[in-house]
Design a protein around this ligand. Structure first.
Ligand code: SF4
Length: 365
């Protein structure tokens, strides 16, 4: 397994739009159960993880974990994955005290802060806890003072009531904090969430969302953080290695409830229920037929601006892309990608309409 993902399924509360699995306001006993199981599974998988090059703590809110829990977790991961070059952890600005920043940066060399918006009214519109003061700025300062050199900011756009002008202000505010990486996702009404019910029946404004996507690429690109994946922009050398590996078909082991794994052939997903997962409920295994798997690997790599070289695809998939030549030529004819004998790259239009690429490759006959 080349990459390790650990799902930390705890949050201070539940945001109205969130479809990720997390337990709001966990008590110490629940966190202890989760930790014990994770420590056990790390040991159990030690031989598979020896050569992993990235570790990613996602959630949920990993930075919500108490300091002693983080320290035990980090020590165990350090032992099992001794050669990781990138260790990322997601954090919420409300949790990053000076002390927490020291603990996080004692192991992680990349921290991404889920700010989402600097505008309290926009956060309120999607049921996310509002900043009441300079929490994002303080979080960034605490992490920098603790020595962090690779800082990411996560933003959302196309929030209810958001205009291109408000989005520009959020982007500029994020840039003032001088991050190495910015992720920007449009808010989506995930089925079953309070946010989806609230806006049910309202027309979606795809054109506004598309305009904001272009705006992000232009503003962040001009500031030295060019887009390298549909929703991700970074200074050169600060692209997420973990995510780039996963987009390019590498293997990954996911530990924790709701975590997903891929061993190059099969994909399996742990149950989205902490207590069932602690009790050893088996994961759901998805045996992907060969052709579908190749199509998936191909389409995921085309989320990135550099797409694929023939060699990289052969390394990831174990064969070339010739089976997909007719679909690839058809997509090139629609200006969604450029195709040479040795490379496939999405065009700007292809990144904006990546779903068309995905549909063509995954449902290829
Ligand atoms: S903090 Fe993140 S993971 Fe937790 S509920 Fe909000 S969006 Fe979901």
């Amino acid at each position: 397994m080349r990459n390790l993902y650990i799902h930390v399924p705890f949050c201070a509360g539940k945001c109205d739009y969130c479809a990720f699995y997390s337990e709001p306001a966990p008590d110490a006993a629940l966190i202890r159960c989760w930790l014990d199981r994770i420590l056990f599974q790390l040991e159990e998988n030690a031989s598979r993880l020896k050569h992993a090059e990235t570790v990613y703590f996602g959630g949920g809110t990993p930075s919500l974990l108490p300091d002693d829990v983080l320290k035990r977790l980090f020590a165990a991961v350090r032992e099992v994955v001794p050669n990781a070059v990138e260790i990322s952890i997601e954090a919420n600005p409300f949790t990053i005290t000076p002390e927490k920043a020291v603990v996080l940066t004692s192991f992680a060399n990349r921290v991404t802060i889920g700010i989402q918006s600097f505008d309290p009214a926009l956060l309120e519109a999607v049921g996310r806890r509002k900043h009441t003061g300079p929490e994002p700025e303080e979080a960034v300062r605490n992490l920098r003072e603790a020595g962090l050199r690779n800082l990411g900011i996560d933003l959302m756009y196309a929030l209810p009531g958001e205009t291109p002008d408000l989005w520009r202000r959020d982007l500029e505010h994020a840039l003032e904090l001088n991050p190495e990486h910015i992720s920007a996702y449009s808010v989506t009404p995930e089925p079953g969430t309070p946010f989806a019910s609230r806006i049910a029946g309202q027309p979606e404004n795809d054109m506004l969302s598309e305009a904001m996507w272009e705006q992000a690429g232009a503003i962040l690109g001009a500031a030295g953080l060019p887009r390298y994946e549909i929703s991700n922009c970074a200074r050169s050398g600060f692209e997420s290695r973990h995510n780039s590996n996963v987009w390019h078909g590498q293997t990954y082991l996911g530990l924790g409830p709701a975590a997903c794994s891929f061993d190059g052939t099969d994909r399996w997903t742990q149950v989205s229920d902490l207590r069932a997962w602690v009790d050893g409920a088996p994961p759901e295994v998805d045996r992907i037929p060969r052709r579908a798997r190749l199509g998936e690997i191909l389409m995921m790599g085309l989320r990135t601006v550099h797409g694929w070289t023939r060699q990289d695809f052969e390394d990831a998939a174990g064969c070339g892309w010739d089976d997909f030549l007719s679909q690839l030529n058809e997509l090139a004819g629609r200006d969604l990608l450029t195709l040479t004998a040795d490379t496939i790259m999405p065009t700007e239009h292809g990144l904006a309409f990546w779903n068309d690429i995905a549909e063509s490759l995954v449902f290829a006959p």
